[in-house]
Write a protein that binds this ligand. Structure first.
Ligand SMILES: *[C@@H]1O[C@H](CO)[C@@H](O)[C@H](O)[C@H]1NC(C)=O
Ligand SMILES: *[C@@H]1O[C@H](CO)[C@@H](O)[C@H](O)[C@H]1NC(C)=O
Ligand SMILES: *[C@@H]1O[C@H](CO)[C@@H](O)[C@H](O)[C@H]1NC(C)=O
Ligand SMILES: *[C@@H]1O[C@H](CO)[C@@H](O)[C@H](O)[C@H]1NC(C)=O
Ligand SMILES: *[C@@H]1O[C@H](CO)[C@@H](O)[C@H](O)[C@H]1NC(C)=O
Ligand SMILES: *[C@@H]1O[C@H](CO)[C@@H](O)[C@H](O)[C@H]1NC(C)=O
Ligand SMILES: *[C@@H]1O[C@H](CO)[C@@H](O)[C@H](O)[C@H]1NC(C)=O
Length: 620
């Protein structure tokens, strides 16, 4: 079975010699593959200074290799003049991939054809061909070979025995891919530390080069530079003596739920099993148990944090208290949290997952949101967790709506708990009530994904997401709700994206999220009734790039339908686990609110060079 780590066949850190090929007709251009997939065209493009993985050829065994595994290939072996060039996975003895580089020509071995600048055109995007060797200028190539010496970063990582992938290493391209394929990223290196000590050495090596350092714990989005991939650090220790668990941050939510449940314990967290605990617990961590137990970050009793200078710091309510405050709400800007010690809860004796579905017109759907605001203000039990999920309706001016959630109280009290809300809505078209054990509820909510993330590789996505947290003391107005639902039912019906909106119930009566004093952690939006996630991807399954250009204004307009119909001083916020890279100057207020100034001053003390920098981070 292909596991998430199956690409981790690490090649030696020393790179081989790389060769660029420039047509004599224009030496500013380089022989380039358009992508790293089989069948990708080989054309000419502007040479990238310092080299590019798509222009760095290796001459080896009579082949011209790229990306470690792909070879310059005569498409289908067709010998006709004008047949175009591609790359294809290298295979020994594949005669379509054999080349003789001699003088200025690159001849197809065993044939009288040469690599030829198609029609002598020197503009970017001209796809190369084979043509009978003529010795003409279109077949003359200047090759420049540079032997790389290991960079200082490579030397440091090697000296500390830390596995790492660098551009040009086999496996690098796959490992560098972002979960959200809207982003193409080429890190300087991806390091795979196995111990806290190695994390410390890797971070110190990056900081010494004034590099940006980013941790990746669950394949969540990252940006650039030295990536510290935490996937080798997955220890979980459940301690029955004081009902805590020590969790390394290479773990994903599903695997944590299974390990804790084996000991009859649980923590609050979201429903997606592949989400990494590092970002989830560093920025919040909402799930249907959160009204009873708080956010994931509220369970953190202590943490081990690697600071920018490599110091391994403990953080708790008694040690490094500023740091402890900052990592609960903004951790990625402050260091790499390698493990957290969390307070666990007894897994509830039973859990009932519910799902009700409708196709609704605008008035009815507006009422569904307004009625949930009203219901939340009644004395609802903390053991009730729910959200409204909207999508395109069956016709224009309609939306689909699913009320989904879980009830962790006694199963026989479920229907009387939800009845007051259901009574405000029409009869659903379908309803599914699934009573069972706590871990059954985790699996039901995760479906179709498996809870155990070793059982299947995570599917990548191509999406844009935004969020809006509504203040408890200033509910959405009827006008705002109407405008929002109208937008979903009209623009949403005609959108060329696949989209959904989730209105998550954070607050309401008895919510443990709201009960935590605002200033006791860096998490800035405690006074929230609903956190709304807006999500759109390119169409299809899996959602592939490109993300449609109008998909940005589509979601921006959806948020605007709410905000522009609310008071000018409406104190709404946004949630970092649905990070929006397009907020610009508004990001810090929406994400960090009144805590931003204190976060900046702690940042200045622990990360003065801004090693841990990224678009939605805290900057000094
Ligand atoms: C291209 O190859 C050269 C020489 O090996 C190396 O220094 C450079 O980092 C490579 N660049 C990329 C992006 O692969
Ligand atoms: C829980 O117990 C472990 C092991 O005895 C100890 O190391 C840890 O500090 C305790 N945690 C708390 C929050 O008391
Ligand atoms: C709220 O409900 C709980 C039981 O869930 C009850 O103990 C409590 O008295 C109620 N509070 C009010 C103000 O009605
Ligand atoms: C997850 O599945 C793997 C592979 O089948 C297994 O080795 C592992 O024990 C499972 N993990 C849990 C927590 O059940
Ligand atoms: C917003 O403005 C209104 C008056 O327009 C005022 O009554 C209200 O207190 C203000 N709210 C906040 C949170 O400042
Ligand atoms: C920032 O907020 C202002 C006021 O709400 C808005 O006009 C502007 O478009 C926002 N900027 C971005 C980049 O979202
Ligand atoms: C590393 O940074 C921390 C936080 O600023 C500081 O307390 C510590 O002294 C630094 N360590 C070294 C070796 O400079």
């Amino acid at each position: 079975m292909l596991g998430p780590l199956s690409f981790l066949v690490l090649s030696p850190i020393l790179l081989g010699a790389a060769t660029i090929f420039q047509p004599s007709a224009n030496s500013a251009k380089c022989l380039t593959a358009v992508s790293n997939t089989d069948g990708a065209a080989v054309e000419i493009e502007d040479c990238v200074s310092g080299g590019s993985t798509s222009q760095n050829w290796t001459i080896t065994g009579g082949t011209l290799q790229l990306f470690g595994t792909k070879c310059l290939d005569v498409t289908n072996g067709v010998t006709t003049n004008g047949n175009k060039m591609q790359i294809w996975t290298c295979a020994t003895e594949n005669t379509n991939q054999m080349w003789t580089v001699s003088g200025n020509t690159i001849q197809w071995t065993g044939h009288s054809s040469c690599l030829d600048l198609t029609n002598g055109v020197t503009t970017n995007g001209n796809v190369m061909q084979i043509w009978t060797c003529t010795g003409g200028i279109n077949q003359q190539w200047i090759s420049t070979t540079s032997t790389s010496t290991p960079s200082t970063l490579q030397q440091s990582l090697t000296a500390n025995g830390i596995s790492a992938l660098f551009p040009g290493n086999s496996g690098y391209a796959a490992a560098a891919q972002a979960y959200n394929q809207r982003f193409t990223i080429s890190p300087a290196a991806i390091a795979y530390p196995t111990t806290v000590q190695q994390v410390s050495e890797a971070v110190a090596a990056g900081t010494a080069q004034k590099m940006q350092v980013v941790a990746r714990s669950g394949g969540v989005r990252l940006s650039g530079a030295l990536v510290i991939d935490m996937s080798m650090m997955k220890a979980i220790t459940v301690r029955s003596s004081n009902n805590t668990a020590l969790i390394e941050t290479g773990n994903r939510l599903g695997d944590i739920a299974l390990a804790l449940n084996n000991a009859g314990r649980a923590i609050p967290h979201g429903t997606c099993p592949y989400v990494g605990i590092g970002g989830h617990s560093g920025y919040g961590g909402f799930g249907f148990t959160s009204r009873a137990w708080g956010l994931t970050l509220d369970t953190i009793k202590s943490a081990t944090v690697v600071l920018a200078n490599g110091t391994i710091a403990a953080a708790s309510s008694t040690v490094n208290t500023d740091l402890f405050w900052a990592i609960r709400g903004a951790s990625p800007s402050f260091g790499i949290v390698t493990s957290i010690e969390v307070q666990t809860f007894a897994a509830p004796a039973s859990a009932t997952v519910f799902s009700y579905k409708w196709n609704m017109d605008i008035t009815t759907a507006s009422n569904a949101i307004a009625a949930l605001q009203t219901f939340a203000a009644t004395n609802i039990s903390a053991q009730f967790g729910a959200e409204l999920t909207f999508g395109p309706g069956s016709s224009s001016s309609h939306v689909s709506l699913e009320l989904v959630g879980a009830w962790y109280g006694a199963a026989n009290l479920f229907s009387s708990t939800i009845a007051p809300y259901l009574s405000t809505l029409p009869a659903p078209s379908t309803s599914t009530i699934t009573p069972g054990s706590y871990i059954n509820s985790v699996a039901t909510l995760a479906y179709p994904q498996a809870v155990n993330t070793s059982t299947a590789v995570e599917k990548r996505d191509t999406f844009y997401t935004k969020s809006l947290m509504t203040p408890s003391d200033s509910p959405m107005s009827a006008a705002a709700i109407k405008a929002f639902v109208t937008y979903m039912a009209t623009q949403g019906f005609s959108s060329d994206t696949d989209w959904f909106v989730q209105v998550e119930l954070y607050g309401g009566s008895n919510s443990a999220i709201n009960a935590v004093p605002l200033d006791s952690t860096a998490f800035a939006k405690r006074d929230t009734l609903f956190t709304i996630q807006f999500y759109a991807s390119s169409e299809g399954d899996p959602a592939l790039p490109p993300y449609p250009a109008d998909g940005f204004s589509f979601l921006d307009g959806m948020v605007s339908s709410l905000v522009s119909n609310s008071p000018a001083n409406w104190s709404y916020g946004a949630y970092l686990n649905y990070a929006d890279d397009m907020l610009g100057a508004n990001a810090s207020a929406l994400y960090y609110g009144s805590h931003y100034a204190r976060l900046q001053s702690i940042k200045a003390a622990v990360d003065p060079l801004d090693t841990f920098r990224f678009p939605v981070g805290v900057s000094t």
